[in-house]
Design a binder for this molecule. Structure first.
Ligand code: ADP
Ligand code: MG
Length: 702
């Protein structure tokens, strides 16, 4: 039997152990890049599912293109030129008789330019946008058309996979097709037959095949929405695996002890007295609830929900101090480097006068700083440790962590939070846990995700806050906005100009931000303008933020790195580009960066016409309300295909296919199946978890 035949792999091969290098075209270097996508083995590839589909089943006449749509076009090259306008780029104009369009490349080779010579026929796919002189596609996928080629369109929808730098869409498509052909038949069914029959579930293999390679006559609408029964079959199994793993973790945790605090609460009192403002009633109430939990010898597991700007950081600091007073360490995990730096600064300002040591642990520390931080953490010299994901990497050893605080939980998966907790675990001893989030989560979901958590709500903002005035304005009126910024900044206020994710590519997002910064500097020569983005080194980022914080910068151009937690009260104006592309909770988070001081704040949501109905609805909601709970409710109501990335924005754990909002209807079945498996088929639990939850390997699943 040839190696290509599925039979030769038999049922003996464990696809969960089979390295991706068995595929043609995958060497050690590509295999390593695949790992960045958490793709370690063939099974991972088979479960790497499209997050959307593109319709390349028909060629669209260039003359009928409109901005905002994705289209397959065919045309002849008229001219290809390299231009230097702020940044070197290659422009290639193609036409098909009905009209012309420009293809724009920021990265290209001389050879590429040569091959795109006049008269060459190509097919392209990409998103059409309005460029300076004509419609454009930036970095389209393109292919040369042979003279005798019959068709360029595809028979079925084209799957679109989560990709990363160095692993292109096309590569993934080819690898996954190869994996399906060779290995899908060897993928074992793990779910007990009884459950499959009861719930009338299709086989795993059929479901995967249908999702990767949708048939021609598939219900496209369902598929695009992610609610096709065969997709649901997969979501079900994934949710079930998560549910089982949570239950196992909870079972383990229930048996643990935790350090009961014994201090007088003096440190907390000193801290609060030095704050320069009075706590809100809601803050005092929650601090009190937390203190009660901490006095018990069992792990606190409390979720603090409170809208952006309600003052959750103070709560974290008070809780941390309670543990420090009793001789334990407190660990605070922030979702971004920027937020981590800001917390570190705030905590240092608060703690140093009290004689308490704070240490920051980030991915980007240099070797010497990291070594000294690790030493202080291990020796106990560090009382409060603030960090990013770096906190739960191997090599970090805590002396005696008594409390783990996870800020902006919506950015982390359930398992990441539990992994950090396990770091502090020792002989039946578990730290207390405090989780803070600005994203209210509907009850049904909360039960599934946080069955283990008590909930405190901060339903009050610090006094004197005025709601942020929100305007929705077409990007064509940018000139007026620039004038308003000038006025505001000259009157001593500060502003953010946010350029969010436009394409999947971080490079392009950066490009937009860079262009915007240059344009603003040109238009506003008197203002001090700086830019911050995710790719800057940590110290650079920190110094830019510090300069904004100290009011040495008037206008900060930023990518969405400022979304979470950034706190500069004097900033009272925010412009958000391409607001039509963002989800409600992300817009709400971003807007929460202003309106923190006493000045009346404004938020301008710039949009690029034409607006979809969903986008219109979202922007109207933003204009009408500042209430985070109301916005979350609305978010659920209008959530549609445009938000298939929902999990990232709403902060529920990241699944491969399931989406807790979308797939809520499955939850009762999932819970019931989980019980049945625990009772009747416990042997299937491990394989299920291994299949669905084995990620990066840096945290335990059970
Ligand atoms: P979030 O809940 O979004 O994390 P922060 O903790 O960042 O909010 O607090 C937002 C701002 O409000 C900070 O500048 C903080 O110092 C300030 N603040 C917090 N509590 C109060 C209060 N009781 N009175 C006045 N200002 C407060
Ligand atoms: Mg915060």
């Amino acid at each position: 039997m040839s190696a290509d035949s599925p039979g030769s792999t038999g049922n003996k091969v464990n696809l969960g152990e089979l390295a991706t290098t068995v595929l043609k075209g995958v060497g050690p270097s590509l295999a390593e890049k695949l790992q960045r996508l958490d793709l370690y083995c063939i099974q991972d590839l088979l479960l790497h599912l499209p997050y959307r589909y593109q319709d390349r089943t028909r060629v669209v006449p260039i003359g009928s293109l409109v901005p905002g749509i994705e289209a397959l076009i065919v045309g002849t090259v008229e001219i290809t030129d390299v231009v230097y306008r702020r940044k070197r780029s290659m422009l290639c104009r193609i036409s098909d008789g009905s009209g012309f369009i420009t293809l724009r490349f920021f990265y290209f080779s001389g050879k590429q330019q040569q091959r795109l010579s006049r008269g060459t026929r190509i097919s392209c796919f990409g998103e059409v946008r309005q460029g300076p002189n004509s419609l454009e596609i930036i970095h389209p996928e393109y292919e040369f058309i042979a003279d005798d080629q019959a068709s360029v369109s595809s028979d079925s929808l084209t799957p679109f996979y989560p990709a990363t730098e160095g692993v292109q869409q096309l590569t993934l498509r080819k690898l996954i097709t190869q994996a399906i052909k060779k290995y899908l038949p060897a993928l074992l069914e793990i779910l007990p037959e009884k459950i499959c029959t009861e719930l009338n579930l299709a086989s795993l293999q059929d479901a995967l095949l249908a999702v990767h390679q949708p048939e021609k006559n598939v219900n496209t609408e369902q598929l695009m929405l992610g609610i096709h029964p065969l997709q649901r079959r997969l979501s079900f199994e994934e949710l079930l695996a998560h549910q089982l793993s949570l239950k196992a973790l909870l079972k383990k945790k229930k048996l643990k002890n935790a350090p009961a605090i014994t201090g007088t609460g003096d440190l907390v009192k000193q801290f609060i007295n030095k704050l320069g403002f009075t706590l809100t009633g809601a803050q005092s109430k929650v601090i009190h609830e937390i203190e009660n939990d901490l006095r018990r010898p069992h792990p606190m597991q409390r979720l603090v929900q409170g809208d952006v700007g309600c003052g959750k950081t103070i709560i974290a600091a008070a809780a941390a101090l309670s543990l420090v007073e009793s001789g334990y360490q407190a660990v605070i995990m922030a979702p971004t480097e920027l937020l981590c730096e800001q917390h570190y600064k705030n905590f240092s300002d608060w703690m140093i006068p009290l004689g308490i040591n704070c240490v920051a642990l980030q991915g980007r520390l240099n070797t010497a700083d990291k070594k000294s931080a690790l030493q202080d953490i291990a020796s106990g010299k560090a009382n409060i440790i603030i960090g990013t994901h770096a906190l739960f990497q191997s090599g970090v050893v805590y002396k005696n962590p008594g409390l783990v605080i996870v800020d902006e939980q919506h950015r982390f998966g359930v398992h990441q939070r539990l992994a950090l907790l396990e770091k502090g675990e020792e002989n039946n001893f578990l730290p207390h846990q405090l989780i803070m989030t600005a994203t209210p989560i509907p009850r049904t979901l909360a039960q599934t995700l946080y069955a283990d958590l008590d909930v405190s709500v901060i339903d009050e903002l610090p006094p004197g806050r005025k709601p942020v005035k929100t305007a929705v304005i077409s990007a064509t009126r940018r000139g007026e906005i620039v004038k308003n910024i000038e006025q505001a900044c000259k009157a001593g206020r500060q502003a953010y100009w946010v350029c969010p994710l436009i394409e999947e590519s971080e490079a392009l997002q950066l490009q937009t931000a860079t262009d915007t910064e240059a344009a603003l500097k040109e238009a506003l020569p008197d203002l001090r303008i700086a830019m911050v983005h995710g790719r800057l080194a940590g110290d650079k980022k920190e110094s830019i933020m510090r300069s904004f914080n100290n009011h040495d910068t008037d206008l900060l151009v930023a990518t969405t790195v400022v979304e979470v937690g950034v706190d500069v009260p004097n900033a009272s104006m925010m412009i958000i580009e391409h607001s039509e592309r963002l989800g409600l909770s992300q817009l709400h988070q971003l807007r929460g960066r202003v309106g923190r001081g006493s000045d009346e704040a404004t938020c301008v949501l710039l949009y690029q016409a034409p607006l979809s109905e969903i986008a219109k609805d979202r922007l109207n909601t933003m204009r009408e309300t500042n209430d985070g709970f109301e916005i979350a409710r609305k978010d659920l109501e209008i959530r549609g295909p445009g938000e298939m990335f929902g999990t990232r924005q709403t902060g529920l754990p990241r699944f491969r296919i399931a989406d807790l909002m979308r797939d809520q209807v499955l939850l009762p079945q999932v819970q019931q199946a989980a019980r049945s498996i625990e009772e009747e088929f416990p042997a299937t639990i491990q394989p299920l978890l291994k299949r669905w939850l084995r990620r990066a390997g840096d945290y335990n699943t059970v």
